[in-house]
Design a protein around this ligand. Structure first.
Ligand code: ADP
Ligand code: MG
Length: 384
């Protein structure tokens, strides 16, 4: 969706041109799954798919929201009425950002908003973070709040955790706010320190495919929260603040201490080995040994499937079929129970792999997947 189209949409709705137009991308996570709420490491990169929002300030305490992608007209809310977990609609995401900014003492006095997004919703590509971050960046600019990108990401996370009521980590919002074109973002979710890692697969004759299984998940409830609570329980049993504090070298000792608590053993093993895999991928990319990350991605998938138990038949089929068709590596990405898988492949094998995955889905009578190439794109920015 182009800036011009969203600008025109805004003018048609609200009868005047917007003060500006901003964009924020969705993301895929290369490696580091379910580590972000354990204070661990993640490595996302931004997609070319973005949420684009046109905004103007208001001074009367009113927030008007409209999405081109949702049926229904403009939703009008009063800022003084905003309260956590009172809104079960899409409007909770942008309203939550306004609420979080005001809670933190920032003078946001109202806004008119019109937005449209090309980030597939519920596909594990973080359409929710794109939505939050685009609003946060726009309000930061318009109201001259002077917040840094990582601070905006924190406030967006608070909006999603507290206002929407979805217990997600900090990865998605930081990726959308901080990623850079041609790079993956190595992020330490404990202190939000970050390093941009050059990730230009095309230059090395490779491609990264996203296979959107079209299976929808619902993060806000259920299994995600259970895994998160399970990790916290594991950390408590081991006497650490977060599972990130269990060194990989001491994993066997830690697991022995958990004894026959099978669930804790599985969850702890996934998180600790996944943090190790992120560090391994960073080292391989920085030493130029890009093809060698393939097996690390595959090991990550096995861990999510067998230990963390958040894969599903569609994701497993996508991964197994891609590997059988010659992929260098593949794994599910995102929160799990549907959403997307990523596939690392030689450029020459992309067509064969895509066809193989599509045929396997047809044979299994699954909904046809959407397969597209992911090129590391820019983070959130002002468009006009
Ligand atoms: P994901 O972030 O993986 O796409 P989530 O469940 O976290 O999935 O967020 C999806 C929700 O975000 C949607 O149900 C909707 O409420 C909101 N959303 C995403 N894109 C849009 C959009 N273009 N317009 C309005 N709401 C959207
Ligand atoms: Mg989300």
């Amino acid at each position: 969706m182009g800036a011009q189209q969203v600008r025109e949409g805004f003018a048609a709705l609200y009868g005047a041109a917007p003060e500006g137009v901003w964009s924020a991308p969705g993301r895929v996570n290369l490696i580091g799954e379910h580590t972000d709420y354990n204070d661990g490491f993640v490595m996302p990169f931004a997609l070319p798919h973005t949420a684009v929002a046109a905004l103007s300030r208001r001074t009367d305490g009113v927030l008007r929201l409209h999405s081109a992608d949702v049926e229904g007209g403009v939703v009008e809310l009063r800022l003084d009425d905003l309260a956590p977990e009172t809104d079960r609609n899409w409007t909770a995401y942008p309203a939550g950002v306004v609420w979080a900014l005001r809670e933190a003492g920032h003078a946001v006095t109202g806004a008119d908003v019109h937005l449209a997004s090309t980030v597939p919703s519920g596909a594990g590509l973080s359409s929710s973070a794109a939505l939050e971050v685009v609003i946060a960046l726009a309000l930061n600019d318009l109201f001259e709040l002077g917040l840094q990108r990582w601070q905006l990401a924190r406030l967006c996370q608070r909006a999603e955790n507290v206002y929407v009521g979805a217990p997600t980590g900090i990865m998605d919002q930081t990726a959308s706010a901080c990623c850079e074109e041609g790079h993956a973002l190595f992020l330490d979710t404990r202190d939000l320190s970050q390093r941009q890692i050059p990730f230009d697969l095309a230059a090395e004759g490779m491609r990264l495919l996203v296979v959107d299984t079209q299976v929808k998940h619902a993060h806000s409830e259920g299994e995600y929260g259970k895994r998160r609570a399970g990790c916290e329980r594991g950390a408590a049993l081991l006497g650490v603040d977060a599972l990130r504090d269990v060194p990989y070298a001491e994993l066997d000792d830690a697991l022995a201490r958990l004894g026959d608590d099978e669930e804790a053993v599985r969850l702890v093993r996934h998180v600790v080995t996944e943090d190790e895999r992120v560090e391994k991928v960073v080292a391989l990319l920085e030493s130029g040994d890009t093809r060698a990350i393939g097996p690390v991605l595959v090991a990550g998938h096995a861990s999510l499937r067998d230990d963390f138990r958040i894969s599903c038949p569609e994701l497993d089929l996508a991964v197994d079929t891609a590997l059988a068709a010659g992929a260098l590596g593949a794994r599910m990405t995102g929160g799990g129970f549907g959403g997307s898988a990523i596939v690392l492949a030689e450029a020459a094998d992309v067509e064969t792999i895509t066809k193989a995955v599509e045929e396997a889905f047809a044979t299994a009578q699954f909904t046809a997947p959407r397969v597209f190439e992911a090129v590391p794109a820019a983070g959130a920015r002002r468009l006009s």
